[in-house]
Design a protein around this ligand. Structure first.
Ligand code: BGC
Length: 386
């Protein structure tokens, strides 16, 4: 969306701006800068660590981020009439994130999605990971990057307004080899895009697959399910899974199946079909193989649109895959900031990534990182309302 329009929309929503006003005169001037992010105390962990919440706003997009897990606690976007809503599922209180969060808004590492049996062999040596999902290791194990407190530094400059989050994971943490030094940069650009840049280095050969786990509901969290959202995924193949959601290794064509989102389709159109893959996962919970493959610069991956509000999100990424998870395990036991409970399908994730279980699938794009190399991954979420 062009900056002027975003600034107008932001002004229309001025009532929302408790901490920092989205779309400042500065943003209109150079299309990039904005006010420096503002910090407040969000809560305290059992060990006494203080967790902060940062508020960022630029180009008409407003976001709140926690130092715990790098969690996006809220993401506020205007609809086609300039009315704002928080389009990400989450909680009001730190205790709820600590007690039982299904990775709401969190940074995921060291390995996004599952590693079969919680083990892999690299350079002839077997590594055993923390197992936290049936027989498998999910999202980095029991205490992944979503449960770590990150060092956060704010910035505002030509690229936009943002936060640099850093976490150093010790050699052997959750069973992963190598000391992994990870930096994640969240930037809100002058156009209101949300860009995530992941960078990591290691001192021993290891595997890495970082992603973000925001649950989107473009109609607003607590407003019901996302089955009416339209989704497009630029992928002709996906990776079917076994009963524990580990890829079988096959790259199956989406043509003629409920997995075909090459043209925008309503998510609910085929989700209740008795396709064996939908039955196993209780909906969509699969990795789509992006036709563009892994790229040096972000390439088009997906578009999500809520026809009711007009809010639209366009995702570009350097990654070769995207996990589309339709919130299948939300079961009405968690309530969001709106006070309403989250039930199956009330939010969805689009996690840009390398494929699940790549460390055990030599024919999948490699997730190996060696000393002297730099892991880089970028995903851009572009927002508009039409
Ligand atoms: C996975 C789901 C998992 C969810 C955790 C998704 O990325 O694909 O299988 O249940 O994260 O809430």
């Amino acid at each position: 969306m062009d900056t002027n329009r975003r600034t107008l929309l932001a002004a229309a929503a001025a009532g929302l701006t408790a901490v920092a006003a989205p779309g400042t005169a500065h943003a209109r001037g150079n299309g990039a800068g904005g006010r420096r992010p503002v910090r407040e105390v969000f809560g305290t962990l059992a060990d006494g660590t203080v967790v902060h919440r940062w508020t960022l706003a630029n180009g008409g997009t407003r976001m709140r981020v926690l130092s715990y897990g790098g969690i996006v606690q809220s993401l506020e976007l205007p609809d086609r009439h300039g009315r704002y809503a928080n389009v990400s599922l989450g909680f009001d209180r730190l205790e709820d994130y600590v007690a039982a969060s299904p990775y709401f808004g969190a940074l995921i590492g060291r390995y996004g999605n599952r590693v079969a049996g919680g083990r892999f062999t690299l350079d002839g040596r077997e590594h055993r990971l923390s197992v936290n999902d049936g027989p498998n290791s999910l999202h980095g194990g029991e205490a992944g990057f979503d449960k770590r407190v990150w060092d956060v530094s704010p910035f505002s400059g030509p690229s936009g307004v943002g936060l640099v989050l850093r976490y150093v994971s010790a050699d052997g943490e959750m069973g992963y080899p190598g000391r992994l030094d990870t930096t994640v940069t969240y930037t809100l650009t002058g156009d209101g895009d949300w860009r995530i840049d992941y960078v990591a280095t290691t001192d021993r050969p290891t595997v890495v697959n970082l992603t973000g786990h925001t649950y989107f509901n473009l109609a607003g969290e607590g407003s019901g399910d996302v089955l009416g959202h339209e989704l497009r995924l630029a992928a002709s193949r996906y990776t079917p899974t076994d009963a524990t959601l580990i890829p079988t290794g096959e790259l199956a064509p989406v043509a003629g199946t409920p997995f075909d989102f090459r043209r925008a389709e309503r998510i609910g159109r085929r989700i209740r079909e008795a396709h064996p893959q939908l039955v196993t996962a209780k909906g969509y919970d699969h990795n789509w193989v992006l036709d563009k493959g892994a790229t040096r610069t972000p390439g088009y991956a997906a578009t999500l649109r809520d026809p009711g509000s007009g809010r639209t999100m366009r995702i570009s990424t350097t990654e070769p895959g995207t996990q589309f998870y339709s919130g299948n395990f939300l079961d009405g036991t968690l309530a969001g900031p709106s006070g309403r409970t989250y039930r199956q399908g009330d939010g969805l994730c689009l996690e840009t990534q390398h494929f699940p279980d790549s460390p055990n699938k030599p024919h999948f794009p490699s997730t190996v990182l060696r000393p002297g190399e730099t892991y880089r991954s970028t995903t851009v979420h572009g927002f508009s309302a039409r």
